[in-house]
Design a protein around this ligand. Structure first.
Ligand SMILES: Nc1ncnc2c1ncn2[C@@H]1O[C@H](COP(=O)(O)OP(=O)(O)OP(=O)(O)O)[C@@H](O)[C@H]1O
Ligand SMILES: [Mg+2]
Length: 237
């Protein structure tokens, strides 16, 4: 008997004009988080955005559990249970933390603002701060909580540690691990290999719009040559 998949992506193809940005991308996520690693411009964000329906796919199938998302609107995909934390975490500068969260709070969600504040106490302390008065790490927490309040089965996070100071990267890593214990699935896009290895037992490698390999975190961790070939990381890094 096959295990129930949380997310199944089959032969996804996306074009930007004449350039073939996603090429027959197929992978699945069951009960463990997966990370996608790849250098700049390889198609990681295009993949996240086409999972959400923000970028139109030319062909392919996307299923969340048994729901076929492929032809659904962005809104319906979110309602079916994909939470999205986009790269660059856009906030409204003139809304406070609490105002951001009240915009998305749902009555019947497992997640309430109070519960999120318990898990992210730093955000609770900043609840009256405006979006433009938050640090990068606080903005990231707000983006994560905003997505959680919609009660996702799966979170898709695009480079959540990008541009953050090392101490804050550690905080966000802890939050990602906390999500797992809350039973929320995770597809994590990263360029920070150590975050990916810590959070996700399985790693998908993306090169020029294709998933070229799927390896265990353990294998990638212990293979500097593979890291160098796929990710351009030097042995001394
Ligand atoms: N809106 C767009 N119009 C045209 N081309 C695009 C668009 N968005 C992305 N592309 C192209 O698609 C390819 C993949 O870009 P994408 O942003 O998905 O890469 P990425 O892996 O997320 O990179 P990064 O690590 O820098 O975030 C690139 O060649 C990019 O130039
Ligand atoms: Mg990107």
């Amino acid at each position: 008997m096959t295990k129930t998949q949380l997310l199944t992506v089959e032969n996804l193809n996306v074009y930007h004009g004449s350039s073939h940005s996603l090429q027959d991308v197929s992978f699945s996520i069951a009960d463990q988080p997966k990370a996608i690693l790849g250098r700049n411009g390889m198609g990681k964000t295009t993949l996240c955005s086409s999972l959400m329906g923000l970028t139109k796919a030319a062909s392919g199938n996307i299923r969340l559990q048994n729901y076929d998302l492929s032809s659904l609107s962005v809104d319906k995909r979110a309602k079916t249970g994909i939470g999205y934390v986009p790269q660059g975490r856009r906030m409204f500068r003139s809304l406070s933390v609490i105002e951001h969260l009240k915009l998305v709070e749902k009555k019947d969600s497992d997640w309430t603002i109070d519960r999120a504040f318990e898990i992210f106490p730093r955000l609770a302390e900043r609840k009256n701060n405006m979006g433009d008065r938050l640090s990068g790490g606080e903005q990231q927490m707000l983006a994560i909580v905003r997505a959680l309040l919609l009660d996702p089965k799966l979170m898709v996070m695009d480079e959540p540690t990008e541009g953050l100071a090392p101490a804050i990267v550690d905080d966000v890593t802890e939050l990602l691990l906390a999500l797992q214990s809350e039973g929320v699935g995770l597809l994590l896009v990263e360029q920070n290999i150590s975050v990916a290895l810590e959070v996700a037992p399985e790693i998908l490698i993306m090169v020029n719009g294709r998933i070229v390999d799927e390896v265990s975190a353990e294998t990638l961790k212990n293979d500097p040559e593979m890291q160098h070939n796929y990710l351009g990381i030097n042995f001394a890094d």
